[in-house]
Design a protein around this ligand. Structure first.
Ligand code: AMP
Length: 378
């Protein structure tokens, strides 16, 4: 590609969930076409896109046809088979590329990459089989967390090990190659969402504070309210990771801030992240517009945050006793509602989110939580 891809060009998106939907909304607003590719039909992103391809990610024929119809390919889901990404790459640029995807779609590869490149991570050992688990426990210590090496997000595929008596059941529950990671006693969880353009320029939204409920992101508060040197270090680590992986697009680095004041990288998401949703109303340019700008080779937008913001996730559990009371939530001043158009509100499923802005981070968090509580439900 010589110059930037201008409005009128078509963006291909691998994956068709809410991240693809929010990207598609921006892309269409800015005059781009959007084609999405995933095994789903009538998906959250597919309903906004100009074209929805519904085929398994392994269907190389469909993937090639999809790639021929677009000018650039990005993703909202990293677990795309390498073979498919390679096929597509021969026909259209894929941003971020294969290296970023292959590294981040497997926890073991990701942690090895981080350790070898000198980024701080919690102690871990590869656990290829049951016999290695005992040795790994001896080296890493307990308590620890056993995590599947492949395909895992939102705490899926992980189990805590308190002592040797848990090892057998933990191994059985995961069944496959795993990583044993030391238990981290953290002060808080942070993330840095940022974007890197085709020229290598980097733009970030600072460090935000995340709290999880049953391993699913519950609340994000921007800014995180950590000392400036901690925020600077987190941003510097994130920038280093983007550079090493050659990421072009929006991505997120999640951290633990330990009670001892150290930052440890927990995970890298090579795509927009749930902890960056607040940027839609809360920053000069949203993480999705930034993704579009980056993958199209356009200048990145400003990341200025006029005032603190908070984002509260709306999980399927809220629908337990019927449709949530939207009027109540929307009567909280300064609160915005996002629903992803998912038909079935299953327990634990991300259905939407609320964003609140206020003059302090505490006030923004309070408003987002108050609005969510007013919805009723679980
Ligand atoms: P993950 O899917 O690896 O991001 O883990 C999901 C959540 O589980 C994290 O956001 C933490 O709240 C928790 N968690 C994961 N690994 C550890 C660890 N080594 N020590 C303590 N908590 C952890």
């Amino acid at each position: 590609m010589s110059g930037p891809l201008l409005p009128g060009a078509t963006i291909g998106v691998l994956g068709s969930g809410q991240l693809g939907r929010m990207l598609a909304l921006v892309a269409r607003r800015m005059g781009y076409g959007v084609h999405v590719f995933s095994p789903e039909r009538d998906s959250p992103a597919g309903r906004i896109a100009n074209r929805e391809w519904s085929a398994p990610y392994e269907d190389l024929d469909a993937a090639r046809r999809f790639a021929r119809g677009v000018d650039v390919v990005t993703l909202e889901f990293e677990n795309i088979p390498a073979g498919t990404v390679e096929e597509i790459s021969a026909l259209a640029p894929v941003r971020p590329g294969l290296r970023a995807l292959q590294t981040t779609q497997n926890r073991l590869r990701e942690k090895e990459f981080l350790r070898e490149a000198g980024f701080p991570v919690a102690p871990f050992r590869a656990v290829p089989d049951r016999a290695s688990l005992d040795a790994a426990m001896g080296e890493v210590g307990v308590p620890a967390v056993l995590k599947t090496a492949g395909f895992g997000y939102d705490g899926k595929g992980q189990t805590r090990i308190s002592g040797p008596e848990d090892a057998g059941a933990a191994w059985e529950s995961l069944g496959g190659e795993a990583v044993l990671e030391a238990w981290v006693v953290f002060e808080m969880e942070l993330s840095v969402v940022a974007a890197r353009g085709t020229s290598g320029l980097f733009a970030h939204y600072g460090a935000v504070r995340n709290t999880h409920d049953r391993h699913i992101l519950d609340l994000t508060v921007a800014p995180a309210g950590v000392p400036p040197e901690v925020e600077e270090e987190a941003v510097e680590i994130a920038a280093g990771i983007f550079e090493e992986l050659g990421i072009v697009g929006t991505a997120c680095v999640e951290f633990f801030l330990t009670t001892g004041g150290d930052l440890l990288v927990n995970e890298i998401a090579p795509r927009p992240h749930n902890s960056g949703h607040w940027t839609i109303e809360g920053a000069a340019t949203s993480q999705f517009e930034q993704q579009l700008r980056a993958v199209c080779g356009l200048p990145l937008g400003g990341t200025h945050r006029p005032e603190p913001a908070a984002m509260a996730n709306l999980i399927g559990d809220l629908w337990k006793s019927g449709e949530p009371d939207w009027t109540a939530a929307l009567s909280v001043p300064g609160v915005s509602l996002h629903l992803y158009g998912k038909k079935e509100p299953r327990l634990g499923r991300k259905m939407g989110h609320l964003t609140a802005r206020a003059s302090t981070p505490e006030e923004a968090a309070r408003k987002a939580v108050e609005a969510r509580e007013s919805l009723g439900g679980a």
